[in-house]
Design a protein around this ligand. Structure first.
Ligand code: ADP
Length: 189
């Protein structure tokens, strides 16, 4: 059994799709075991989005590859400089208004949630994923030309270690619940 952290970012609240997004996770069989609305301050934002070298390299690589494929401008040369640009954008973005933090539970929850959320850039996310269905017009060039973070509705933990760390960032012990739904035993034993 796994738990994963999901944040519905400020654009999800602005677009009034919080209910629809939570509904998709419930429809998929995931159990909501933690849920709250939080207005992050800068400290919380930086705790959630630390400037990590490995992450900066991966984000730099994804964005560069997309720019090359689409013949678009990409001016950054250094992954850490790029990482700092994205991190600063994210820290501003996530403080725009309150967000919704969720802990979702289920077997393979991390993998399933990442699949339902879709790829980082909504423009290239597969139709049927949350980022494609509710934010398709958003793209790397839109964000980069305006000097801001990609507005893609959701954060979802990408590994078991990060899920543990991120759940701790947003939830105190006692705010994540242990309960059974009718029928759970048929699937989970
Ligand atoms: P994901 O959220 O899909 O796991 P990353 O961990 O690579 O993606 O990036 C974290 C967040 O940073 C993204 O969800 C997005 O909001 C923002 N982001 C990523 N790449 C860029 C970029 N090239 N320009 C602006 N913002 C970006």
């Amino acid at each position: 059994m796994e738990q994963t952290l999901v944040l519905i970012k400020p654009d999800g609240i602005q677009q009034k799709v919080v209910g629809k997004i939570i509904g998709r996770f419930e429809d998929a069989g995931l159990k909501v075991v933690g849920m709250k609305m939080v207005w992050p301050d800068e400290g919380k934002a930086r705790e959630h989005y630390p400037l990590d070298e490995e992450w900066a390299e991966a984000a730099f690589g994804k964005t560069k590859e997309s720019a090359e494929k689409n013949n678009e401008k990409f001016d950054f040369k250094d992954s850490m400089e790029f990482g700092k640009f994205v991190q600063d954008g994210l820290v501003d973005f996530i403080q725009e208004n309150p967000i919704v933090a969720l802990v979702l539970e289920g077997t393979h929850a991390i993998e399933i949630v990442r699949k339902m959320v879709g790829s980082t850039e909504p423009r290239s996310a597969t139709p049927g994923t949350i980022r494609a269905d509710f934010a398709s017009v958003e793209s790397y060039p839109n964000a980069n030309n305006q000097g801001r973070a990609v507005r893609n509705l959701i954060h979802a933990s990408d590994s078991a270690d990060n899920a543990k760390k991120e759940i701790k960032t947003w939830f105190d012990e006692g705010e994540v619940h242990d309960y059974k739904r009718p029928g759970d035993e048929k699937i989970f034993g």
